[in-house]
Design a binder for this molecule. Sequence first.
Ligand code: NAP
Length: 302
Amino acid sequence: MTQTVLLAGATGMLGSRIAHHLLQQPDAHLRLLVRNATAKRAQLEPLLKQGAEIIGGDLTDHDALDRATQGVDVIVSAVQGGPDVIIDGQVALAETGKRNGVRRILPSDYALDIFEATPGEHLMFDLRRDADERIAATGLEQVNVLQGAFMDLFLPGRGAIDLDAGTVTYWGDGSQPIEATTVEDTARMTARVALDQSVASGKFAFAGDRISFQDAARIVEAQTGVTLERRSLGSEADLRAAKAEAEKDASNPYGAVMLAYLLYMLDGQTALSEFQNDRYPDVKFETFAEFAARSLPHQRVA
Ligand SMILES: NC(=O)c1ccc[n+]([C@@H]2O[C@H](COP(=O)([O-])OP(=O)(O)OC[C@H]3O[C@@H](n4cnc5c(N)ncnc54)[C@H](OP(=O)(O)O)[C@@H]3O)[C@@H](O)[C@H]2O)c1
């Protein structure tokens, strides 16, 4: 039976890949909620050619949400933003959807286990958990896709590993593994889960790998031939102190957010559990070694 899926965030990094994978599903009709849609027509053209339809509108536009959710079975959100988007926008989308007969929503979670975070410790996890609680109150089925970190974050040039400087930096001793999944595998699994009516409400966790910064460094070294100097930035207590200091800078809340991500990667508090990796036998996940082999130049040393 064909289900109509409304996707919010299709112009984004993750959302564009979810759109691609939803369009591969024979039993899905895809509708996109896109703000400033005319300006993004060229970007969206490949999706339109494959049968997607566009409803122009912002998450703050209640008329657009009403038009967008008519006849929809499932909402998938891959939006990014502050409280106006993650809480107000997604809750308005869910409430309007509920009124129009939508059955299920997958909110824009895509993280470590946000429900295990200590309230007040991680702004972005707080926003998502607060939104999800309010969305649950609408009575919609809610599936929370949790895949850990995106694996891309362990590649050189994304913060920890610097090939030019020949360093890998981390807090603690860099040995704490965390769950990580490629953007592509996250999108592929999200498309399947969205349409699978046998998936129960609640957390849906999976991961392509469990890796530490030390593991990532060893894999990148083997792949590139660059030897990386290990540099610890300090202990967990030092990280907490740096985060507390960053929180005093009201002009840049995201400085503290980055340290909150690193804290939960270090202390393991928001580690995933109850993995559903094997739910679809045809869906396989890339490990970090496979991902690095595909993404990095081989033996780049002169
Ligand atoms: N676990 C990880 O390591 C990790 C890493 C990165 C992201 N994520 C998560 O993945 C999700 C998607 O992130 P992303 O990086 O793909 O985001 P992104 O590239 O910034 O894209 C965000 C999307 O949301 C749309 N959007 C924002 N505000 C909107 C509004 N008011 N009305 C309608 N659409 C709106 C944007 O539309 P426009 O094109 O109009 O701006 C865009 O399509 C987020 O939940 C994020 O936290 C997880």
